[in-house]
Design a protein around this ligand. Sequence first.
Ligand code: AMP
Ligand code: MG
Length: 405
Amino acid sequence: MIPLAEAREHVLSRCHPRGPVPVPLIDAAGCVLAGPVVAPEAVPPWDNSAMDGFAVRAADVAGASEDRPVTLPVVATVAAGAAATTEVGPGQAVRIMTGAPMPPGADAVVMVEATRGGPDATEIEILASVEPGRNIRSAGSDITAGEQVIDGGTLLGPAHLGVLASVNVRRPVVIRRPRLGVISTGDELIDDDRPLAPGQIRESNRPMLVALARSFGIDAVDLGTVADDRDALATALRDAAATCDAVATSGGVSMGDFDLVKVVLGELADMRWMQIAIRPAKPFAFGMLDGTPVFGLPGNPVSSMVSLSLLGVPGLRRLAGRSDLDLPRVTATSAVELSGAGPRDVYLRVACTWDGPGLRAAPVPAQASHHLSATADANGLALIPAGTTVAPGDQVTVVLLSAPT
Ligand code: AMP
Ligand code: MG
């Protein structure tokens, strides 16, 4: 057996970030920005109003109050999207909407709530004073033209896309999310709704692994179940390697397995078959097939999930150019005693919930590697180092599979 860290390093040593490509902005979420973006334009592009109200000269309304309003003639109206052409002269006001350009001459906006007069009034009573600059969003106050607005290497989130759109970057150059082809193998697996013959089971890993990989920011695709047939496996694996950035197979990597996937991958690819000192997910294989990384995940449903989470994710995120290679780790208070008996580090499936200011981790009630229904309620893997025990109330490290609730 080898430590998890050694297998992870082996994977990382063969996974390299993909090349940068321009993509339509809407597809850039979850991708890594290849290089810094310098803003070609300022945001806002010109001074504009932060409020619906009246553009004024601040000096004209000094001392205005509810009891001593200042009355100003309204000389124009400027809406968002219109150009502000009418100048605000001394003792005048221009009705202005949020986002409309500031008219020349005005140096502040009085919000409509601090005025009295109807929407069509030709005169407006100002009920409060404003200091110069009040309620004005000045040109470039969010982004100045020429400023480096997003650093290279940034994992683009929703607001980054908004920033890029605001400075007219329509096709950012990114490292795309890798396309992972997921294949399951095993003659016992049935994909459709026919009744099960003796020895057959329903295939369940593919929908889980595809969804899990997607939840981790990977563009996973379902490449079906391949029967234990040498030619079918070779063709499916080669096709997958040619059309995807990485391939994950499930099944047939354990000791003493008769599945042909091991034989075929052994012939086609430069594979390393490993026994990892963790429970579950001891068997794991990794190699390169025609230059494409192949992750050989164990077939046991819980094991395949843990294997993808702990060993697939770092390699796939390296392909994606990400610096956050691993799933997040948090510290939680253990609800019960958690035991790591045996020679392997145990990754117990736990439900992690907010309990006051901190997190509380409770193991799901069934922990064997075929107990998928209990695992479905887990959102974390609590690490119990081999041979140790965590007492109730003690702190435990949890690898988060999804955000705690
Ligand atoms: P293996 O890793 O191929 O030895 O499989 C280990 C266990 O997981 C066996 O009980 C298999 O029947 C089961 N298994 C393998 N692949 C799948 C799958 N895709 N869906 C559900 N169970 C599977
Ligand atoms: Mg099998």
